[in-house]
Write a protein that binds this ligand. Structure first.
Ligand SMILES: [Zn+2]
Length: 414
């Protein structure tokens, strides 16, 4: 597990450091602290299935690093933190070799554009032009269709030797001396470049779950019984493995991941909250579909997963030998019991599937889908402050019930 988390962190770091890739001609990447943020005001895609040019209008010239990733085929452009002033549906229409693109914060000080391409492409050019005449500064990418073999060869050639991963600033305090209160880690899903699902009015899952997580933190801290840490407390991207590592490295006593679901239109309607635990085989088709969607977060953000060891099977075996699974299910049941009085529940509120974010073998973990952003009534609740307060209170109550017997009996589990 540790190796897996490290690999993800390393891969992300490499990507952020621009390896493998084409660095822009104007020297080292700068994060130019102190300067005002650059802005992207328009992104245009033009061309056909053989050759496609992407042009991004910028408020000033910046340094970039661009590279390609396989499975699925993507082109990733890293830039200093940038404000995107684009239409809400920018990137949703396919054009030329580009199927879709998205953009946003990937880390403090760094933004990213990820283009999904229709097939393997060669990044022929990636450069930034100075503002000139009546034209703003522009980032230009030229993509040319290629075959998979050449694509994979290019990635291999561009691979550089390992570089140290930058340490993530730690928001959660390590155990303060003498503080034996259990640590609860709250994990708001998605963030930054990864919006999660979207409501009919443009509401974003990443915002809804963050607002909920902040309320839950308030409720838990108010009791004074727990230390509370959040994998993210603002709109930033955190890789799935990093979330698991965050909880493990702090010896968390409980991990609660917060999400909101959505069903594609053709799959009809569903409503209410569902609580998920980890299992090798999904409890039903819908759980399997959801886990697949939620597990795509890293792919969406342009993280290279090819270097990640596939040790999921080992973790599951490991997990089966520990009491973690029992505790996770026990907590999930308690959450369902407590939510009954506060929120609408899905008709089968307790499910399980292979969620990557629940893979810590030593931290009881659940994933709560608060409701369906695709269902009108659910969305109304998800965006309501009183519903949020009531539901967070019920969840905090479930945490209390989960810990109480053990705190009373054996002096706490931690
Ligand atoms: Zn989600």
């Amino acid at each position: 597990m540790k190796a897996r988390a490290t690999a993800i962190a390393y891969t992300l770091a490499c990507a952020l450091l621009g390896a493998p890739g084409i660095a822009a001609e104007n020297g080292a990447r700068g994060t130019a602290s102190g300067e005002s943020l650059s802005a992207a005001t328009d992104i245009r895609v033009g061309g056909d299935d053989k050759q496609t040019r992407v042009v991004v209008d910028l408020s000033r010239k910046i340094d970039i690093a661009a590279f390609t990733l396989a499975d699925p085929y993507r082109v990733v452009v890293d830039l200093p933190q940038t404000t995107f002033k684009l239409a809400a549906n920018a990137g949703e229409q396919p054009r030329g070799l580009v199927k879709a693109f998205r953009y946003g914060l990937i880390m403090q000080g760094g933004s990213r554009i990820v283009l999904d391409t229709k097939g393997p492409v060669r990044l022929e050019k990636a450069f930034v032009l100075d503002a000139a005449e009546n034209q703003p500064a522009r980032l230009v990418l030229d993509l040319v269709a290629t075959d998979r073999n050449s694509f994979m060869r290019n990635i291999a050639l561009a691979n550089r030797p390992a570089q140290a991963a930058p340490a993530r600033p730690s928001e959660a305090p390590a155990k303060v001396d003498g503080d034996v209160r259990p640590l609860v880690v709250i994990d708001p899903g998605h963030g930054g470049i990864d919006n999660g699902t979207k409501g009919a009015g443009g509401e974003l899952e990443k915002d809804i779950v963050l607002a909920f997580a902040l309320t839950l933190r308030e409720k838990l801290e108010a009791s004074g019984k727990y230390r509370v840490a959040m994998t993210r407390a603002e709109d930033e991207f955190i890789a799935l493995g990093e979330r698991v590592r965050f909880a493990r490295s702090r010896s968390a006593a409980l991990f609660i991941s917060i999400h909101a679901d959505a069903l594609p239109k053709r799959e009809g309607q569903a409503e209410g909250a569902t609580v998920y635990t980890l299992s090798e085989n999904a409890s039903d088709v819908e759980a399997a579909r959801l886990a697949e969607t939620e597990n795509k977060a890293d792919v969406i953000a342009g993280v290279d997963l090819t270097a990640e060891p596939d040790d999921v099977a080992n973790i599951l075996v490991d997990l089966a030998q520990r009491e973690t699974k029992t505790f996770s299910v026990q907590f999930a049941r308690t959450v369902v019991d407590e939510l009954k009085s506060a929120a609408r529940l899905h008709k089968h509120p307790l499910k399980s599937a292979g969620f990557k974010v629940l893979l810590a073998p030593d931290v009881p973990s659940v994933l709560v889908e608060l409701g369906y952003m695709s269902t009108k009534d659910d969305l109304k609740q998800l965006t309501s402050a009183s519903w949020r307060a009531r539901t967070a209170q019920a969840l905090a109550q479930a945490v209390d019930i989960y810990f109480t017997p053990r705190v009373a009996g054996a002096g706490g589990r931690n």
